[in-house]
Design a protein around this ligand. Structure first.
Ligand code: FES
Length: 139
């Protein structure tokens, strides 16, 4: 994977910054310009969780899935959020309100379990707190 990164990551980053995701149609163009195969470009896009292949919802809720948060009930919390939203990770609610994404450590391990909603971090989450977060994105 490392040998493919070169200019590819900055290009993908710029595309996502501009459009909010990396459109599938962009992959063959990037591949041609960088003399890579489409499969190689697709592999990099899917390897890095931060790249989206579809537009995000109006809100992006990132739940920490790393060790400290998992040890503090992160799995149960994730299941609760998925159930409340009716979606899985990497999906967006049908009304376009929220995209749910995993994240691997927000630097808030001492206040695990943690999440980030639209760039704002939240720690010490419990069932009530995630219910409130979900209500906020659904409002
Ligand atoms: S493991 Fe979740 S914030 Fe560090």
């Amino acid at each position: 994977m490392k040998s493919l990164e070169g200019p590819l990551l900055p290009i993908l980053h710029e595309i996502q910054a501009e459009f909010g995701y990396v459109p599938q149609e962009a992959l063959p163009v990037i591949a041609r310009e960088l003399n890579l195969s489409r499969a190689e470009v697709h592999g990099v896009v899917s390897f890095y969780h931060d790249y989206r292949d579809h537009p995000a919802g109006r809100h992006v809720l990132k739940l920490c899935r790393a060790e400290a948060c998992q040890s503090m009930g992160g799995d149960a919390l994730a299941e609760r959020v998925k159930s409340l939203l009716g979606i899985d990770f990497h999906q967006t609610t049908l009304d376009g309100a929220v995209t749910l994404e995993p994240v691997y450590c927000l630097g808030l391990c001492s206040t695990a379990p943690a999440a980030m909603l639209d760039g704002e971090v939240h720690g010490r989450l419990d069932a009530d707190a995630v219910r409130d977060l979900v209500a906020e994105v659904r409002a």
